[in-house]
Each structure stands twice: as C-alpha cells, then as structure tokens.
Write a new protein. Structure first.
Lengths: 279, 314
C-alpha cells in the first residue's frame, strides 16, 4: 500500500503508477508467466527440471479437484490450529503469571530471549526423542514457534499500558485478576494482535519445514509431505503446485488476520491503518 | 524506479541463467553416486581396486554416498552426477516420468525382510497410523513389496501407505530396536543387525514377489551416447566385482572392510556375503512383475516395457 494522495491539488503522475492496482498486478503476473513460458519454449529444458506453467496449473487443478491438496492442506491447517491454540493459551498464562510474580517475570523473560530467536525446527530432533515419531512432535515444535513471539508481544503490551489507567485500577482496589482482564488485556490488544500475526507466520513456516523433514508419507499427511511425495515420485509439476499452494495459503492466512485487525483494533482506533512512504 | 526495474529484470533473467549453469558438463570427471548398503558392494569393490580408472586412463572418478534415490536422481537431472545406483522401483518411476535413463548393470537380488520388535504386531493388518513402518522412501522396492503384500492380504495396495515413515536405514534400525516404530522393511546389512538385536521377521519379499532385482546402476541416456567407453568400463568393473564376490568372498570381504573405514570388519562382511538373502548378479529378475504391479496400483502411468529395453545403449 502506498501513500498516494489522490486529490486534484496534486497533479496526477503519468506512467506505471497511474495505472490501477489490479492492472499493475495483472501485468506483472503476466510478465512472470510469459517469461516462464518463453524460457520453456526457447530452451529445451526438461519438464522434470522446470515444468511449463500449463502443466503446473493442471497439476494444481488436479490436486485441488481430486482432494489430494485439499486433504493435505486440511491436515496441516488442523495441526497449525491446535498448535496455535495451545501456544496462545500458554503465552497468556506465562504473561499473566509474569505480571503477578516477579520471579516468574524474570524466568519468562529469560526463556523468551533464549527461545524466540531459535528456529523452531531445530527443536525437531529433541521433540522426536521426547514425543516419538508422531504428530505430537510436530505440535510441540509448532507450539514452540508460536508461544515465544506471542508472549513477547503481550508482555510488551502489558508493560506499555497507560500508567494512569493502571493507577485508577489500583485506586478502585481491583483484584489482580480483574486488573488483568479489565485493564491490561484491553490495553495490550494491539500488541496481542501483532503477536498472534507473528506467531501465525512463524507457525506456518515451521509446520511446513517440520513436515518436510519429518517425512511421513501416505494418505493422512500434510502439505510438507505432499511436497516430499511429489519429489520422491518425480512429479515436478506437483512440487511446483505444492509450493504455490503453500505460498497462497500463507497469503490468505495473513490477509484473514489483517481483516480481523481492521474489524477490531483499527476500527476501535487502537491502531492506525498502516501506510508506507514510497516513491 | 531504476532499482525496481533492475530487480524485475533480474527476476525474469534468473531462470535463464541458473539451470544452464547446473547442467554444465564436468569434462573428463565421472561422478558416481551410490546408496549406503551391501547392495552396492560390486561398485565398492570397483572403487577400492580402481578398475574403472584402469580401463580409462586419465579418468578421475568422484564417488559419492547419498542416502536417497530421489537425491541421486535430482543430482543426475542437474548434471552433477553421471552414474547412480539405487533400488529398482525408483528407477522405473523415473523412466515413467520421462527421466531418460538406462541401466548400466543390475547388481543384486535381495530378499527384503519386514521386521518388528512389537509383541502386539502379528500380521500386516496390525499396522496403522499409530504403528509405523519405516521404509527408506515411499518409492523404493521395500515400499512396493509392502504394497503388494497389502494387496494380497488386505485387498488394498495402499492400505499401508498411511503407516509408512520415510527414514534412512541406520535411523530406522535404531528406532525399531528402541520401539519408537512398530515395523521396518530393511535390506542387508541393516536387517541382519535388527535380527541380531532380537527383532522378529513378519514377511520376506521372496514370499510376496519371488526373487527380485534390488539394486541397479544406471546413467542418463545422453551420458551413454556421449561416453560409451565410460559406461562400458563401469559395466565391466561391476562384472569383475560380482565375479570376485562369488569366487573369492573372503578377499572381497577384506576389500569391503577396508572401504568401510573401520566401521565393519572383514569377518562381518564374510558373514553378510554368506547370507542367502543376497545374490550378486548382473541379471534382471522379477522386474516385469514389479512393473506390472506398479502400473496396476497407479504408480506407473505407462507400460515399463521388457527389461531388455531398459539397458543403456553403449
């Protein structure tokens, strides 16, 4: 999104930027597809290395209409949902406890600063040793990817809550629980949303990576396994279709979250609509 | 704007540049990639004795051990690997997908055993989503023997697919003896080790498909056309290896032990070579039956053709 002020006072610029967004996107996408097709036709590259766009789209169509891709997506999203839920609940518990007790506060801060920068897939070997070769290992790894950024953001929200409001709460003699639910959580909502969005992004990357490494094959498996299977059976068009699906689902998840954000904290005036300074 | 235009140009140009570079030929260097395991012993002997270099003076051979057939295939596609060895089924799948490869030679017939360490597992139907069977990959001979067994006893070739777990042999062996997985369809020497550590055999591939070619050595058709002498040298070296394994197993065991870097002794290899589950041969056996099943169960799109047509010209 760009900050272009569309008023008559500013003369309309000619050229690329004056075109409507949809057309610009369509032209760029067309260029990519055209370049792709052109390259395939000019070089006699094997479709096993670089399949033409037509083959990839038919693989996408086959995958989604046969239910293979839909099933894999459903499995992955279900795991992601469970892990998100566990991760967010844990993050809330950690933050609330940290608010109540300064020892816990320190411990949570230490854990967050240690575990947040760690790529969560790195925990997979230990997860397999602890939980065995099943979905619990995947859930553990994804929860680990989700819980720390969410904790970090909620606790920042708590810390930056308006001191006057907190003092009012104190004067009113609110219990710690009502302080958390009535004062701190509402104040931390924008941070919580950012945390959830970051957590979702981390979780999505982690679950795909973990499934790719984990290597369960067969019917009841996720998108990472779909990619692995396509690779084992040398279906390069399906590998491309899988990657495109992963990317599109990532975009849809992110867009869904932005929509929720617009409906809540932006509408309530807790967060400004984002704009970038560009051109 | 300039930066954006440059970026766009670079993005469009990238696919023109990258695969070209990957496909560059390495000149008179020959890269051979094999999987780990006893099935590739004839090539290991050729490496140890330098038979291929003897046949083609000046040729430098780069030996790689790669744990996945798919990775070897990808290496051949990108031009990094000239000749590869792996199990028969992935070779058939590759050819079916239009990967233009031909056989240099067959290496072994092996009887693959499905092993378990779980007392509650008595038959194939006892495996499920919670009780996994490790195979190196879902496209290997092991996986297809299991699918055929599933078709014969459970009525559905894909009944076990949900319980497959892709793991390299050493990891699978470890997971099996520590009861992390319920089953493991291996190959020598890993299956022998599992039995030594108290695992039970549930089925033998010989009872399912009969004798079946397990490991093969292959190269791209284009490589066969370009370097027929190299292909012939590899084929002859494999022949020498097979002959030595049959006529002087003790001598071969010594050479294999030397190549194992001290991980296994020549006594270990002597015992393995005497194992009736392994036959070293350059003959293709049982391949039409395997190919037919792979086609009827939907893993091959077309007829694989007679085995003679799979040989690399050269």
């Amino acid at each position: 999104m760009s900050l272009v002020i569309e008023t008559d006072a500013v003369p309309r610029r000619r050229g690329w930027r004056s075109l409507p967004v949809l057309l610009r996107r369509a032209i760029q996408l067309g260029l990519v597809l055209g370049g792709w097709q052109f390259y395939i036709q000019r070089s006699d590259v094997s479709p096993l290395i670089f399949p033409p766009p037509g083959e990839v789209f038919s693989a996408l169509w086959r995958g989604w209409s046969s239910g293979a891709l839909a099933g894999a997506t459903w499995t992955t999203l279900k795991l992601l949902g469970i892990s998100l839920l566990i991760g967010v609940v844990l993050a809330f518990v950690f933050t609330v406890l940290a608010r109540v007790n300064s020892f816990v506060d320190d411990a949570v801060e230490l854990a967050t600063s240690m575990l947040n920068p760690l790529p969560s897939v790195a925990m997979l070997p230990i997860a397999i040793i602890w939980f065995g070769l099943n979905v619990n290992s995947l859930i553990f790894v994804v929860v680990n990817a989700v819980v720390w950024p969410v904790t970090l953001n909620i606790s920042t929200g708590f810390r930056t809550a308006n001191q006057t409001l907190v003092n009012v709460g104190r004067v009113l003699g609110l219990s710690w629980w009502r302080m958390v639910t009535d004062v701190l959580f509402p104040a931390a909502l924008p941070y919580t949303m950012t945390g959830l969005k970051t957590g979702l992004g981390y979780g999505w990357r982690t679950i795909i990576a973990a499934e790719l490494v984990f290597g369960i094959s067969g019917s009841k498996s996720g998108l990472g396994n779909y990619l692995n299977d396509a690779r084992y059976f040398l279906r390069t068009d399906e590998v491309f279709a899988g990657i495109i699906s992963v990317a599109v689902i990532g975009i849809v998840l992110e867009a869904g979250f932005n929509w929720i954000e617009h409906r809540t904290i932006v509408r309530w005036g807790m967060k400004q609509a984002t704009s970038t300074i560009d051109d | 704007m300039i930066a954006r235009r440059t970026l766009l140009a670079a993005a469009l140009a990238a696919p023109f540049v990258v695969p070209e570079r990957l496909r560059a030929q390495a000149g008179e260097r020959l890269t051979i990639a094999v999987l780990p395991g006893l099935g590739y012993a004839p090539l290991t002997l050729a490496k140890h004795a330098g038979w291929i270099e003897d046949a083609i003076p000046g040729l430098k051979i780069n030996w790689l051990e790669i744990a996945s057939s798919a990775a070897i295939r990808e290496g051949m596609l990108s031009g990094d690997i000239d000749a590869g060895a792996g199990s028969m089924a992935p070779f058939l799948i590759g050819r079916d997908r239009g990967f233009k490869v031909g056989l240099i030679s067959s290496l072994t017939i092996m009887d693959l055993l499905l092993l378990t360490n779980d007392p509650t597992v008595k038959a194939l139907r006892d495996f499920d989503n919670g009780k996994k069977i490790a195979v190196t990959a879902p496209d290997t001979n092991q996986a297809f023997v299991l699918r055929l067994a599933a078709q014969q006893t459970l009525g559905d070739a894909k009944a076990l697919d949900g319980s497959f777990l892709a793991m390299p042999h050493p990891d699978a062996l470890q997971a099996l003896v520590t009861n992390q997985i319920a089953g493991y369809m291996g190959s020598p020497p890993f299956q022998n080790e599992a039995i030594k550590r108290g695992c039970r055999m549930l089925l033998n591939s010989r009872d399912i498909v009969g004798p079946l070619t397990f490991s093969v050595c292959f190269a791209l058709d284009t490589y066969g056309k370009k370097r027929p002498a190299n292909v012939r040298a590899i084929r002859e070296a494999i022949g020498k290896g097979i002959a030595l394994l049959k006529s002087q197993p003790e001598e071969a065991a010594k050479m294999l032990a030397a190549e194992s870097g001290g991980r296994q002794t020549s006594e270990d290899f002597t015992r393995l070579l005497a194992d009736p589950n392994t036959t070293f041969t350059d003959e293709l056996v049982g391949v039409p039956k395997l190919a037919e099943f792979m086609m009827s169960s939907g893993f091959l799109r077309g007829d694989a053709g007679p085995p003679a047509g799979m040989m690399l010209k050269g």
